[in-house]
Write a protein that binds this ligand. Structure first.
Ligand code: ADP
Ligand code: MG
Length: 242
């Protein structure tokens, strides 16, 4: 299987740089990264804390701008889009999953899942249908009215996954999605993330340093000090710029 070459990439990064200026110092958080993320596969970006993974995801989400290079997401150059167009892209096409789950504490599971749909102005009956279907898909129908503090970490992460599904996201960006979970719960979340790809054809990009996720991913890109240093396609290892 070589999933990355069959169709147009879901994400293309060309010589992307992000330099932070801090206290008179230049920090090359992302340093000349060129990378394709194939559609409908699970790709992991791995590397130690501080290697640039979160910065890279923020750039791909259009939440931050590169100081050099260009980024294409689902066929559109982010540099050609205004804020409104980027917001539309995030609301309609992208889903986000975070280490700390990113749920609103005062809202129930089903209300949290419905937030992006509300922002899109979807009529309430359509919203409810989508939310219910997503809750069922992640196996949380009976927790629909619980608030985040009444849910375990694994259940909160399932709510976040349901939110991405309800939105109808084509591309899901996950930042350390198993980082706060024990190994067994992390495994369950990983299985659910795998099903996003195989059952729903979603493109999944995960920043992680969890060995379980690295072993599961179809493609693993390794970063160090902002640079892409290696790419692994399942069991083979291919060095880049070493
Ligand atoms: P990772 O997610 O792999 O842990 P980050 O992308 O968060 O790495 O950070 C990469 C580098 O950029 C680190 O050296 C970090 O300290 C620095 N950095 C991240 N965000 C900022 C910021 N807003 N201002 C200055 N430096 C930052
Ligand atoms: Mg990070």
């Amino acid at each position: 299987m070589n999933p990355s070459t069959t169709r147009e990439p879901a994400i293309h990064l060309q010589n992307v740089c992000r330099v932070y200026h801090l206290a008179g110092e230049n920090i090359h958080a992302v340093n000349d990264v060129t990378l394709d993320v194939g559609p409908g596969v699970m790709t992991a970006i791995v590397g130690r804390s501080g290697s640039g993974k979160t910065t890279l995801l923020n750039l791909i989400a259009g939440l931050d701008d590169p100081t050099g290079g260009t980024i294409t997401v689902l066929g559109r150059g982010l540099h050609t889009m205004n804020e409104r167009e980027r917001l539309d892209l995030r609301l309609h096409k992208l889903g986000f999953i975070f280490q700390s789950f990113g749920l609103m504490p005062l809202l129930s599971a089903r209300e949290n899942i419905g937030v992006p749909l509300r922002m899109r102005g979807l009529p309430s009956h359509e919203r409810e249908d989508r939310v219910d279907a997503a809750l069922e898909w992640v196996g949380l129908s009976e927790r629909a009215h619980h608030r985040p503090y009444e849910l375990s970490g694994g259940e909160q992460q399932r709510v976040a996954i349901a939110r991405a599904i309800a939105e109808g996201a084509d591309l899901v960006l996950a930042d350390e999605p198993t980082g706060q979970l024990d190994t067994r719960t992390g495994r369950r979340i990983l299985d659910l993330l795998r099903r996003l790809v195989t059952e729903r054809g979603i493109t999944l990009l995960i920043a992680t340093h969890d060995p379980q996720v690295m072993a599961e991913a179809d493609i693993v890109h390794e970063m160090r000090d902002g640079k892409l240093i290696a790419t692994r396609v399942r069991d083979q290892v291919k060095g880049v710029d070493r």
